[in-house]
Design a protein around this ligand. Structure first.
Ligand code: DX5
Ligand code: ZN
Length: 219
């Protein structure tokens, strides 16, 4: 197997929200590829985080890719706000509404890359029908809503997503999110993942540790 280019996407969900701009600058300097931004609505998932104004305020702190993971339902009415706030990738959940195809079209219509996310219990099959519209597939390896949970070993699902991506012609990142540490990162990459979200594993210790934390995930 050719060695894939692995991208690391630290999730600011695990950062110190009282110093959010500094935390974004710290992970940027520590070698993050994407800044992963978890948006939760207290409805689609049982937790709340922040909305587009917060994304707009942290945008000047990094030029890295802003990877916005929307755990909200309904999604479509807020896409313009997140695109306008500086998102580079907007990912919506396939479970968040009846019209994922329309949602992906709406994301792309804003000139933003489109991602599709799958909860652990959701079959990956729906990807087949929309893969032409997506730039990123997000396989959740925890039930979304909280950082610090244990990795669910969905390796067959990651492999199936990898096979679907490799069977077509445009570039699509395969991202895993939830319970990623040095060990599960290695396993997920072996199954075909090329983009790793990590909250707890990156934001452990003070900012002086972030570079080593990120390097440990690259294996
Ligand atoms: C969970 C979020 C994840 C979370 C990952 O709903 O989508 O991005 O922050 O956190 P860890 O790496 O701690 O599992
Ligand atoms: Zn996430």
């Amino acid at each position: 197997m050719t060695r894939r280019d692995i991208l690391i996407a630290p999730s600011i969900l695990s950062s110190d929200f009282s110093r959010l701009g500094e935390e974004v600058r710290a992970i940027d300097a520590a070698g993050a590829d994407y800044i992963h931004i978890d948006v939760m609505d207290g409805h689609f998932v049982p937790n709340l985080t922040f909305g587009a104004p917060v994304v707009r305020h942290i945008r000047p702190h990094s030029r890295k890719i802003f990877d916005v993971h929307l755990m909200i339902s309904p999604v479509d009415a807020l896409i313009a706000d997140f695109a306008g706030a500086g998102a580079d990738i907007i990912t919506a959940h396939v479970e968040a509404g009846p019209h994922i195809h329309r949602t992906l079209q709406a994301i792309k219509a804003h000139g933003v890359k489109a991602g599709i996310a799958f909860n652990p219990g959701t079959p990956i099959d729906a990807l087949a029908h929309v893969i032409g519209l997506v730039d990123l597939v997000l396989v959740m390896t925890v039930n979304p809503g909280f950082g610090g949970q244990s990795f669910i070993p969905l390796f067959d699902k990651i492999k199936a997503a990898r096979a679907m991506i490799d069977a077509q012609n445009h570039p699509v990142r395969l991202e895993v999110d939830g319970g990623i540490n040095a060990q599960t990162a290695r396993q997920a990459v072996a199954a075909g993942a090329d983009t790793l979200v990590a909250g707890t594993a990156v934001f452990t210790g003070d900012p002086a540790h972030y570079a080593a934390n990120i390097a440990a995930l690259r294996g």
